[in-house]
Design a protein around this ligand. Structure first.
Ligand SMILES: Nc1ncnc2c1ncn2[C@@H]1O[C@H](COP(=O)(O)OP(=O)(O)OP(=O)(O)O)[C@@H](O)[C@H]1O
Ligand SMILES: CC(C)(CO)[C@@H](O)C(=O)[O-]
Ligand code: BAL
Length: 356
């Protein structure tokens, strides 16, 4: 009997692993044949942002593993664990289509130019019992369990609003890294704080892997792609783009040579305030209200707020807004999954690069 489940693909099968031992056996075979593994951890509900990370991993490794697991410990008790989108069939269809594309690139010899080399070899889609074998996973701040905590990074920015978030992320990533032993791991720039926390964890725990970060994929209007965007609908998408616009406006100030906190951030605050006023003036059937959680200018490694950007270090401009539920729906309006009733947190960031 085969140890592995298989997903059909036009050219070959992607192995689907649900438990650890067969994955480990398979990984050992790859190691013995000198193959390299790039792991892309995801929570599923795949979109082009995820696929761009898979492409990057395939350009740098012979084998790509994608994990699909909605990790309960990174959701606070009042957060959206239950409503987090789950789209297994379409996730697998997207991965199979991308794998077929990678196979063609390989046949066309593009890999020789160093562009595409690897294929999607495996999907790891464990159950919670597999990931948390001894204790039920806790989302409580004081909850018991085996956790990885990275302080004080985990309490800044996103961590201020989501106190268990980075403990959950670091814990599940440590588990995934121990299970897959990837040569490289791939994370999206969109979740910049996550990349900083994971890099710190890998450094401090001597995890034998390389952390790679892929650029943020955006919609044509600039909105950062995100799995939770399916809950937005058209009206909230149109307004939600204010976050990327605000950050871009602040970036312009940096490009013009401004280095002081106030001189850079006032532009972002202004864009956001204008949009808020505009929406407040509209009737409930036309507006999309939102709250700003933070707009930040922080050091790229410590994520501490900075008063002045050090040109040798650069900085991270980031922000989070909460799109509130729609108040009144219009006839035939596209309100997104959940009919406009689900609040949606949007995050985004821009790296202000150091000047050499
Ligand atoms: N727009 C994007 N561009 C590049 N990478 C992305 C983008 N969105 C997500 N990623 C990355 O994909 C990986 C998996 O993320 P995840 O499955 O949580 O999706 P998500 O879109 O970030 O969902 P959520 O709505 O929960 O924030 C993470 O490393 C994340 O940073
Ligand atoms: C890295 C991750 C898959 C851990 O659950 C998640 O935080 C995400 O999707 O960004
Ligand atoms: N992309 C980060 C996962 C989360 O927000 O829960």
């Amino acid at each position: 009997m085969s140890l592995f489940l298989h997903a059909r693909s036009s050219t070959r099968a992607i192995h689907i692993f649900r438990t650890v031992p067969p994955l480990r056996t398979y990984r050992k075979q790859l190691l013995l044949s000198d193959r390299t593994v790039g792991l892309v951890p995801t929570m599923g509900a795949l979109h082009d942002g995820h696929l761009s990370l898979v492409r990057l991993a395939a350009a740098e490794n012979t084998d790509v593993f994608v994990s699909i697991y909605v990790n309960p410990t990174q959701f606070g008790v009042h957060e959206d664990l239950d409503s987090y989108p789950k789209t297994w069939e379409s996730d697998m269809a997207m991965l199979e289509a991308l794998d077929a594309e990678l196979a063609q690139d390989k046949e066309a010899g593009e890999w020789r130019e160093g562009k595409q080399r690897g294929r999607i070899t495996a999907v790891f889609a464990p159950t919670t019992k597999t990931m948390y074998p001894t204790l039920p996973p806790s989302s409580e701040i004081a909850g018991e369990g085996s956790f990885v905590t990275i302080t004080p990074l985990a309490s800044r920015l996103e961590g201020a609003s989501r106190p268990v978030f980075f403990r959950g992320v670091a814990t599940v990533c440590m588990k995934l890294f121990n299970i897959v032993t990837p040569t490289r791991v791939y994370f999206g720039q969109k979740d910049v704080q996550q990349t900083v926390v994971i890099k710190r964890m890998v450094q401090d725990f001597h995890v034998d892997t390389e952390v790679r970060v892929g650029p943020t994929k955006r919609e044509a209007d600039g909105l950062a792609m995100s799995s939770r965007n399916v809950y937005l609908g058209e009206r909230r998408k149109r307004v939600g783009v204010v976050l990327s616009r605000a950050l871009m406006a602040a970036e312009e100030q940096y490009k013009k040579g401004k280095r002081g906190r106030g001189d850079i951030l006032w532009q972002a605050d202004d864009v956001v305030d204008q949009k808020k006023l505009e929406q407040d003036d509209l009737p409930p059937a036309k507006r999309a209200l939102f709250e700003v959680d933070y707009i930040s200018l922080a050091d790229p490694d410590t994520l501490e707020e900075v008063e002045e950007v050090d040109e040798k270090r650069g900085a991270i401009l980031s922000g989070a807004i909460k799109m509130k539920p729609l108040e009144e729906l219009q006839e035939g309006e596209d309100c997104g999954l959940g009919g406009g009733a689900v609040p949606v947190r949007l995050i985004d960031n821009i790296v202000l690069k150091p000047k050499s």
